[in-house]
Design a protein around this ligand. Structure first.
Ligand SMILES: [Fe+2]
Ligand SMILES: [Fe+2]
Length: 161
């Protein structure tokens, strides 16, 4: 069994991962509505990945003999000012999630829960990827500014995910 703090922490993180999926799905809707179907596709995949993260944690709780209690998810923002604004928010959000994962990891060290450390290590590595991907897109969008043609090129690239 996971100790109380880790149990509550991972239970909360299931909610955070699902909230991330909800946020990214809202961003996908915004992008789709603005005719950026490649970016919308990328964001939809991102939402699916967040659901996979939630399910990994969901399953792990039962692997350890703990119970899961699902919590409420707030409505995500629906309006964004530009594709750059969207991806800047993705990057900021992923940085925040990295902090949450690191706190859980620190907790598993504190409680000498070696199994949880191994489990959480996957998420620590995943966050490096997540931040790197979001940052790469932000950099590109900053580079093109409001040049429509270049934006469409990036959109096509994101559609290949
Ligand atoms: Fe995640
Ligand atoms: Fe993520």
């Amino acid at each position: 069994m996971l100790n109380k703090e880790l149990h509550e922490g991972i239970n909360d993180q299931i909610n955070k991962e699902m909230a991330s999926a909800y946020l990214y799905l809202s961003m996908a809707a915004y992008l789709e509505g603005n005719n950026l179907s490649g970016s919308a596709h990328w964001m939809r995949k991102q939402a699916e990945e967040e659901m996979e993260h939630a399910m990994k944690m969901f399953d792990y709780m039962f692997d350890r003999g703990n119970q899961v209690t699902l919590l409420a998810i707030d409505a995500p923002p629906a309006e964004f000012s530009s594709p750059l604004d969207v991806f800047e928010q993705v990057l900021a959000h992923e940085r925040k999630v990295t902090g949450l994962i690191h706190s859980l990891y620190a907790l598993s060290i504190e409680h000498k829960d070696y199994a949880a450390q191994t489990f959480l290590q996957w998420f620590v590595n995943e966050q490096v990827e997540e931040e790197r991907n979001a940052d790469g897109i932000v950099q590109k969008l900053r580079m093109v500014g409001d040049k429509g043609h270049a934006l469409l090129m990036i959109d096509r690239e994101l559609g290949a995910r």
